[in-house]
Design a binder for this molecule. Structure first.
Ligand SMILES: C[S@@+](CC[C@H](N)C(=O)[O-])C[C@H]1O[C@@H](n2cnc3c(N)ncnc32)[C@H](O)[C@@H]1O
Length: 379
């Protein structure tokens, strides 16, 4: 199989990951802790879900009254439209329903709605969910699902990984509040980073380290089996525009002098000073916990800083990238300089794409650093 087809096959499989109940609970609890009425009187839409077994639907339906929700809507994508087919069988729940339709079961999405006590037991909970086949396949881009989006206050889901950019744009264009899961790299996408910079979206409560564990339907790509469930670890994070307490906790930091004397990182401890980039008026800070608390200039920090970012403590001024979107570069390298830097560093012919990142000079040689976010201390 050609490389391209291989990666397409991998990508296709990668859309079918199911979020664990306790991960949803941990994340959503943080918004409620910050504002217990955050969902009161609101409509929550859970698109790209599989409501019969989704933990998102279960969690929000179980807590419908506690959260004071007005309406919960959950929609699924038709099995035949899914890029990765895994031997679909309708559930007993579906086949036993009077309106079960064997054809629609494969080609149509489903909608589950919860907004009143159907069973008459005096409670509104998971037992009161009512379902129908959708008119179409449940594609979030369809007019049918866009209409549901427009009626909702919150969009919450783990969207298909392969359509992440489109999914976020779909939320942003409708100006809805949201909590979604994305890959860690999504932070640097040109559709995402400007929103982070402007504090229009941020990292959720769950820490980034360790990635997230999802149930996977792909038996060939399993990291471990827990209670008979195939689980896969993915470097995923929650992103949101709902406020939570953790993002207002400043990072505890040492002064520059103390970092140079006592840092646990050998790249910092014992050095005379932090290294200044050659192509930005900023210093290179290779670890978030080495950010000097008393430096007033611009600092290049790892992308994982965003896991700890507190907007009262720092402002984000840009990112080291090729396009210089934020007009922060102080030097653009010529192609000759890029070629020479490669020969100097690797001892053979090539091109070192110096303009794509921050560049430091170490032992007399130009060196690119990892992807960096540029930040400045709030005055
Ligand atoms: C990462 S899974 C997450 C499922 C569920 N939300 C959860 O977290 O457990 C994404 C789901 O979106 C579905 N999907 C893929 N493309 C879609 C589309 N264009 N519109 C709606 N759903 C889609 C996939 O089939 C898959 O079921």
């Amino acid at each position: 199989m050609a490389n391209e087809s291989l990666s397409k096959a991998k990508e296709a499989k990668n859309d079918e990951f199911y979020t664990q109940y306790h991960d949803i609970e941990k994340e959503i609890s943080a918004y409620l802790e910050y504002n217990p009425d955050v969902f009161r009187g609101k409509t929550v839409l859970l698109p790209c879900d599989d409501p019969e077994w989704s933990n998102f639907t279960k969690y929000f339906a179980q807590n419908f009254e506690k959260f004071g929700l007005k309406r919960l809507i959950s929609t699924s994508y038709a099995p035949e439209s899914k890029r990765y087919k895994f031997g679909y069988q309708p559930s007993l729940f579906e086949t036993e329903a009077p309106h079960f339709d064997a054809d629609k079961s494969k080609t149509h999405g489903k909608i589950f709605v919860l907004d009143h006590d159907v069973t008459g037991d005096g409670k509104i909970n998971v037992e009161d969910l009512q379902w129908q086949y959708l008119e179409g396949d449940g594609d979030f881009r369809s007019a049918e699902i866009c209409k549901l989006r427009d009626q909702a206050d919150f969009i919450i889901t783990n969207p298909p990984f392969s359509l992440f950019r489109e999914f976020l744009a779909w939320i942003v264009e409708a100006d809805k509040q949201f909590v979604i899961i994305g890959n860690k790299n999504c932070i640097t996408y040109k559709e995402v980073f400007p929103l982070i910079k402007d504090n229009k979206l941020w990292s959720g409560r769950t820490e980034w380290s360790g990635g997230m564990w999802f149930e996977t339907k792909n038996n060939e790509d399993v990291d471990k089996v827990i209670d008979g469930m195939n689980m896969k670890n993915v470097p995923s994070i929650w992103i949101t525009d709902i406020d939570h307490g953790r993002r207002h906790q400043p990072i505890p930091l040492m002064s520059m002098a103390d970092n140079l004397k006592f840092s646990k990182h050998k790249d910092i401890r014992g050095q005379e000073a932090y290294i200044h980039y050659e192509n930005y008026d900023a210093i290179e800070v290779p670890f978030t916990d080495s950010i000097p608390s008393d430096y007033d200039g611009i600092m290049g920090v790892p992308v994982s800083f965003l896991d700890k970012y507190c907007p009262e403590q720092f402002e984000i001024v840009g990112m080291c990238e090729n396009e210089d979107l934020y007009k922060l570069k102080t030097k653009i390298y010529s192609s000759e300089e890029c070629k020479q830097a490669y020969i100097d560093k690797f001892g053979k012919k090539g091109t070192y794409d110096l303009n794509a990142s921050g560049v430091i000079i170490r032992n007399g040689l130009r060196e690119k650093v990892y992807q960096r976010i540029l930040i400045r201390k709030k005055q």
